[in-house]
Design a protein around this ligand. Structure first.
Ligand SMILES: N[C@@H](CCC[C@H](N)C(=O)O)C(=O)O
Length: 287
């Protein structure tokens, strides 16, 4: 039976939805890498495997394009919410999706299910929760050196690990130059997503991201959550703000209990039936 994959994007951060209820081939890191390969595969920043249905619980597994798994994905949860509606798994306007980072509450903001609000959990700046090596402390503007250059770094978890660096000017080149050092720096035992952030005013910030396990992407939902939480904690913004990335914008709200609310759109690209030869190549990658 041919494998069928649905392709979506969140602000240009593109994902393949692989539904195990329709595709019997089990995903492995090597198969995810091959599917995400933009030259020999379908091409994507990651894969969302699910829904895994256990009673009333709807779970998904979030894969990065390098074949690693992660606890959370902001664009991923909105995309998965759109898929669940498109595929007829969900009819309600409010429900939860479970991933390795915990439960994410989702609310559809339109009939089509293409604009969604997600409660991304609580931001934590505590080193043992990000994690960051060294004594337990909150990591706010701590000097860290990447590529022999010192930066004022704020680290936090929004289910997955992020670092945020405030800068006067940001660019793709700059975030890639930092990210290639920071992603796997020794102080991050689970690696880390890297954001550089420019504060435009108290209700607008701009970011560029170099993702753990995916490299440069046009947008990161969890990265936006991290940047917004950091900007608010640093006293640079109001609790509600717009985050601008090369791929588009998200609306963010930081609640007093540090819960992060994210609102944004999702785009549906289309359904892809994998060819027999490609499927055989995938099947041969069984590790
Ligand atoms: N693009 C995603 C982030 C995906 C996970 C991240 N690369 C990680 O490994 O934590 C998003 O929209 O949040």
């Amino acid at each position: 039976m041919r494998l069928t994959i649905e392709k979506y994007h969140g602000l240009g951060n593109d994902y393949l939805v692989y539904d195990p209820n329709k595709n019997k081939l089990k995903l492995t890191p090597a198969r995810v890498q091959f599917l995400c390969n933009r030259n020999f595969g379908v091409g994507a920043d990651g894969v969302l495997e699910g829904p895994v249905l256990e009673g009333d619980r709807i779970s998904m597994i979030i894969w990065n394009s390098d074949g690693s798994q992660t606890q959370n994905s902001g664009n991923g949860v909105r995309i998965f919410g759109a898929y669940l509606k498109d595929a007829g798994y969900v009819q309600k306007k409010d429900f939860s999706i479970h991933s390795q980072g915990g439960d994410i509450d989702i609310h559809y903001l339109n009939e089509e299910g293409t604009r969604l609000k997600a409660s991304m959990g609580k931001a934590s700046f505590w080193s043992d929760e990000v994690p960051v090596a060294g004594p337990r402390r909150e990591i706010i503007n701590e000097t860290m050196v990447f590529g022999r250059i010192p930066y004022p770094v704020t680290c936090l978890s929004v289910g997955n690990p992020h670092l945020v660096i405030l800068m006067d000017e940001i660019s793709k080149e700059l975030v890639c130059r930092i990210g290639k050092y920071s992603e796997s720096a020794r102080q991050f035992p689970e690696k880390i997503n890297t954001q550089i952030m420019k504060v435009l005013d108290r209700t607008h910030i701009q970011t560029e991201v170099y993702e753990r396990g995916a490299g440069y992407t046009l947008a990161s939902g969890s990265g936006c959550c991290a940047a917004a939480a950091a900007a608010y904690r640093l006293g640079l913004t109001d609790p509600k703000m717009i985050v601008q990335m090369p791929g588009g914008t998200l609306e963010l709200e930081i609640r007093e209990d540090a819960t992060v609310l994210m609102t944004g759109d999702v785009g549906y690209v289309g359904s892809i039936k994998l060819g027999n030869h490609f499927t055989e190549q995938l099947r041969a990658l069984d590790k």
